[in-house]
Design a protein around this ligand. Structure first.
Ligand code: PLP
Length: 377
């Protein structure tokens, strides 16, 4: 049969492997931590213990890997646990490349742990292919990508960077949290791994913490990620797996509306006199627009913009919204925004006048009306 579309996979991909033997359409939640060893002995392939396997977890891993055309997926109790599993699967002593505009938690993970794990990490401008070429070393084992990046929405050419990295035998991992499987499928562009904080768009309602690593092939690198999952045990509960699978069923339709609303909001902001610059890859003026058009289906729900003014002006504007809540995180149905520098802290390289906006699913006219009053008061 012809390969299914993403809307269809999202609905049916987590219904496989029914937990119960009766024919429910919607899978139940399997909460048991232990399983009976049939005939007294353990049989290879049987479920044994919840940390090692659970039907709801398998259903979730199945739908995630189908959504991105992967061979397999491993889910974790947070996005950071998923990211950490990748860095922990790199050989000790290896060299790693990371973009200099990267999610702050990833930066923090490297700052706190790279030395202990004996990883030699370089932060580089990943949008510059010459910089990538000249930074790759003989012992580069991992190239980490994030596109659009956080918080400046820089666009990296996944196809070209993957080719450069492959020439050196390095694994390419893409943090695909912001684009989501709806807007970008890194494994189809040449990457080996696609990593997610499922806390964001895949969960979509600001009520589940989770992470995932999707792999193009069941190779030894992924086997190690699976080992980290099972042995270190940062696994999501059956209930969270079930709830996330449920969220995923309507996710492509949510994503379409996030894309549509964000485009309208970005247009509005780019014409506003109090806004100095808007970072949204869907705008013609964005330096990565042409690459984004090639590798993305659409441009997502995240926008960062610079206020004409400094730290205090930006903070005060965020404080004036009525509909848009001031909060960190992203990808929920409700619009939220934040002054990113104050949430990342003093050591963060984020511009002081940058506001990051996660455009929700309220009516776009209502979101724009709120922005209008917050900017103009
Ligand atoms: C939120 C986020 C993470 C971390 O995920 P958690 O689920 O909060 O641990 C990683 N990468 C990106 C791009 C994110 O936005």
């Amino acid at each position: 049969m012809k390969k299914k579309h993403i809307e269809t996979i999202a609905i049916h991909g987590s219904m496989k492997k029914s937990v119960h033997e009766n024919d429910t359409i919607v899978p139940g939640i399997e909460v048991s931590t232990i399983y009976e060893h049939r005939g007294g002995g353990y049989h290879e392939g049987d479920d044994k213990y919840i940390r090692l396997s659970n039907p709801n977890r398998s259903q979730l891993e199945n739908v995630l890997s189908e959504l991105e055309n992967g061979a397999d997926a491993a889910v974790f109790s947070s996005g950071m646990a998923a990211i950490s599993s990748v860095f922990q699967s790199v050989d000790s002593g290896a060299h790693v490349l990371v973009p200099d505009d990267v999610y702050f938690g990833t930066r923090k993970l490297i700052w706190e742990f790279a030395k202990k794990w004996n990883l030699d990490v370089d932060f580089i401008d990943m949008t510059d292919l010459d910089a990538v070429r000249s930074s790759l070393k003989k012992n580069t084992k991992l190239v980490w990508l994030e596109t659009p990046s956080n918080p400046r929405l820089l666009i990296t050419d996944v196809i070209e960077v993957s080719k450069l990295a492959k020439d050196k035998g390095a694994v390419v991992a893409v943090d695909n949290t912001w684009p989501t499987p709806y807007n970008m499928r890194p494994l189809e562009l040449g990457a080996d791994l696609s990593v997610h904080s499922t806390t964001k768009y895949l969960g979509g309602h600001s009520d589940i913490l989770g992470g995932a690593v999707i792999t193009k092939s069941k190779d030894t690198f992924f086997e190690h990620i699976r080992l980290v999952q099972k042995v270190q045990g940062a696994v999501p509960s059956p209930r969270d797996c079930w709830l996330l699978s449920r969220s995923i069923r309507s996710f492509p339709y949510r994503m379409r509306a996030h894309n549509e609303n964000a485009r309208k909001v970005a247009d509005f902001l780019s014409k506003h006199p109090k806004v100095e610059d808007v970072y949204y890859p869907g705008l013609d003026s964005h330096p990565g627009h042409e690459i984004a058009k090639v590798q993305m289906n659409d441009f997502g729900g995240m926008i960062s913009f610079l206020i004409a003014g400094g730290y205090d002006e930006a903070v005060s504007i965020v404080g004036k919204s009525e509909l848009i809540k001031a909060a960190t995180s992203l990808g929920g149905i409700e619009s939220i925004w934040e002054h990113r520098k104050s949430s990342e802290g003093e050591e963060s390289p984020t511009p002081e006048n940058l506001i990051r906006l996660s455009v929700g699913l309220e009516h776009p006219d209502d979101i724009i009306a709120d922005l209008k009053q917050a900017l103009n008061e």
